[in-house]
Design a protein around this ligand. Structure first.
Ligand code: SAM
Length: 347
């Protein structure tokens, strides 16, 4: 990494103004999509023949670091790297190591990532060494054949090895599974027991209508209210106030002692407590995952070495953060609510 001393000097200067949106919500959580590329092609996420951005459009890792550092100076306490698949971006570990200085300084409370686990076996010890303590690993099934059908390109045993490596390195692992009608709905209990036996939380996610995919999303949509009702036939689910700074609502499963999270953008909108914004690998700031409105931060970032323009652009954008999304899965429209894919804004 080149010398970022001039930026650090500015960050040591007068405190940048905190980000408070028009509804009084303080923005303290930044999700950063470091690449739109992925080594999997999950059926609900991408078409198989996705066109990715030309590499020249991406922010360099130095630019991403500068952008993240400005957000941290403006009150971000939790930063999640995502993608695409964050661990396939070249030199990602040197980026993470550089960012980890904000953990050491105490400016950042948590640096974490969401990954498909394919590269985890390679990186887990170093991630721990950089101060990462928790990771989310996406896994929608425990059946290798099904895994292939859902991810198209993924290798199940590699992901399981990645999960094992993460745990062995001391990272707390949360498993994220998208609940898919007719695909993994018969496995949810088994996945819950499997995760809880290994001391891992399991979070279920509703499919969101983001980006064109090859199939019809209405065929995949499984409301978590249905899943919850089914689970309650056999398990005792106690609502708990546990929070990780994200949108999941958690329950403790009395019989396993483990935690089960629900992310329900469709059946129960979680916008009122939204503390998040997202940046893409091209420096576009999205104030809401479920709306098209965005702000370009790449131009102000590149326009000057100082951060004043960038900070002004961020403040202006936060002033436009919408009250919430209005996702709807509508069979008649059969169009995504938002045209960009999850891999662009990061899940
Ligand atoms: N590649 C990483 C991974 O697999 O976790 C990070 C990016 S991925 C886009 C983040 C999460 O979003 C994954 O858990 C994935 O299953 C989920 N996801 C992708 N498209 C989705 C959609 N349309 N609705 C709900 N979740 C989605």
């Amino acid at each position: 990494m080149p010398d970022n001393a001039h930026i650090e000097a500015q960050l040591d200067g007068p405190a940048a103004s905190p980000m408070i949106d028009p509804y009084g919500r303080a923005i303290s959580y930044l999700r950063v999509s470091v690449t739109d590329r992925c080594d999997f092609r999950c059926v609900y996420c991408m078409a198989e023949n996705m066109t990715f951005l030309p590499k020249k459009d991406l922010l360099t890792l130095e630019e991403l670091d500068r952008l993240c550092s400005v957000f941290i100076a403006k009150g971000v306490r939790k930063l999640r790297l995502t993608g695409g698949e964050p661990l396939v971006r070249k030199n990602i570990m040197s980026f993470i190591r550089t960012l980890s200085r904000h953990l050491q300084s105490g400016a950042l409370e948590e640096l974490t990532l969401t990954t498909n686990g394919s590269q985890m076996a390679r990186f887990a010890p170093e991630l721990y060494d950089c101060g990462i303590r928790r990771v989310n690993i996406s896994l929608d099934t425990l059946q290798p054949d099904r895994f292939k059908a859902i991810t198209r390109w993924g290798d199940f045993s590699q992901v399981i090895a990645g999960i094992d490596a993460a745990r062995a390195a001391g990272l707390a692992v949360k498993i994220n599974a998208v609940a898919l009608k007719g695909m993994n709905e018969d496995e949810i209990e088994e996945m819950m027991v499997w995760a809880h036996e290994r001391g891992m939380d399991l979070t279920l996610i509703e499919t969101m209508p983001l980006g064109d995919i090859d199939g019809d999303r209405t065929d995949q949509y499984l409301p978590l209210s249905v899943v919850r009702a089914r689970l309650m036939d056999r398990w005792t689910l106690d609502d708990i106030p546990y929070k990780t700074g994200g949108p999941a609502r958690y329950m403790q499963v009395r019989e396993t002692g483990g935690r089960l999270g629900f992310i329900t953008p469709l059946t129960h909108n979680f916008c009122e407590s939204c503390n998040r914004v997202r940046i893409t690998c091209t420096g576009t700031l999205y104030m809401c995952l479920g709306q098209e409105d965005a702000a370009d931060l790449r131009a102000p970032l590149r326009m000057s070495e100082g951060n004043a323009l960038l900070e002004a652009a961020i403040d202006e954008a936060i002033g436009r953060k919408p009250k919430g999304h209005d996702f709807i899965i509508d069979r008649r429209r059969n169009k995504p609510a938002v045209s960009r894919h999850m891999s662009m804004t990061g899940g």
